[in-house]
Design a binder for this molecule. Sequence first.
Ligand SMILES: *Cc1c(COP(=O)(O)O)cnc(C)c1O
Length: 376
Amino acid sequence: MSEMPVIPASLLPTDGRFGAGPSRVRPEQVSALVDAGTSLLGTSHRQAPVRSLVGDIREGLAEFFGLPEGYEIILGLGGASTFWDSAAFSLVRRRAQHLSFGEFGSKFAQVTDKAPHLERSEIFRAQPGSRPAGPEPREGVDVYAWPQNETSTGVIMDVTRPSGTDPDALTVIDATSAAGGMHVDINHTDVYYFSPQKNFGSDGGVWFAAVSPAALERIAEISRSDRWIPDVLSLAAAVENSRKNQTYNTPALAGLVLLDEQVRWLNGNGGMPWAAERTATTSSLVYDWAERTTVATPFVTDPEHRSPVVCTVDFDDSVDTARVLSVLRANGVVDVDPYRKLGRNQLRIATFASVPEADIHALLACIDWTLENALS
Ligand SMILES: *Cc1c(COP(=O)(O)O)cnc(C)c1O
């Protein structure tokens, strides 16, 4: 019977959680939760304390994103996946165009493509690890959609409004794993939406979005039309409730407390520029290591397309990554598994805003140690 190899304690990271979502929760977030334990938790989301918490989060996010005049932060329950259905009901007038270069972009594309009240979607696809050239202006397309960071592959896409489109068309960006860790100019988007269990280190089950005046107008226009929209998915209902710092139905309060603490922490450290700088540094450590390690290579060949927040590293067939993963896990270093459906001999390492440089150095040392000492 073989015992799991023990990685020397001096090599281990302070925090062994490197997952791409749910992701590590900082101890200060947990303390904030404990502080809320006897006051806020277990109280009504219709009363002032919870509404003021939601208001603080909305203001904090507005500060973080440098929210342009007229834009609003809205929220609703269900997370980014639920937001896709909401968008199919409340944002797309007739036809959407999607960039699909991984699991998440592809899922949203399927949602609008299958919606019986919409025309078939236009979908530009690319192999995992690469990306399409970009959105292409098309007559009749009223929503252009793509992820800023494709979490399943670690490929990023620029966030710039496609030029030459119908002036009325909306740019809708899935920022679930990008927001809070990557730079964005919100002026180039109409809807920039995300779930908070990635860079924001909170719980899932809720979505937030920075929404432009044009998108607010579109939501209102569609809600006045005769289209049937389920109440829980209605973005008009989300806008109405968000303005009152509420949600249509009952939210999970603990996640909101965790998120509020993280947004304060990010803003207190210097906001988006600070977070983007930090993830650029930590991800470079991973990519540089993959470049100089004989048995490893960055999965994304074009360095310009490599994500600063989700690093994917391929290994030679000689390396049993399943074994690497189980040795790491036995030593408390977890969730560097590749995206399950990608099926590659790969590790995927999230370098979200909460992950300090020292932990990435330690993680890489642990992987090196495992490759050298624990594979035979
Ligand atoms: C995680 C993720 C999602 C799904 O988020 P849920 O909160 O599970 O719905 C969608 N898009 C991207 C880019 C993601 O990283």
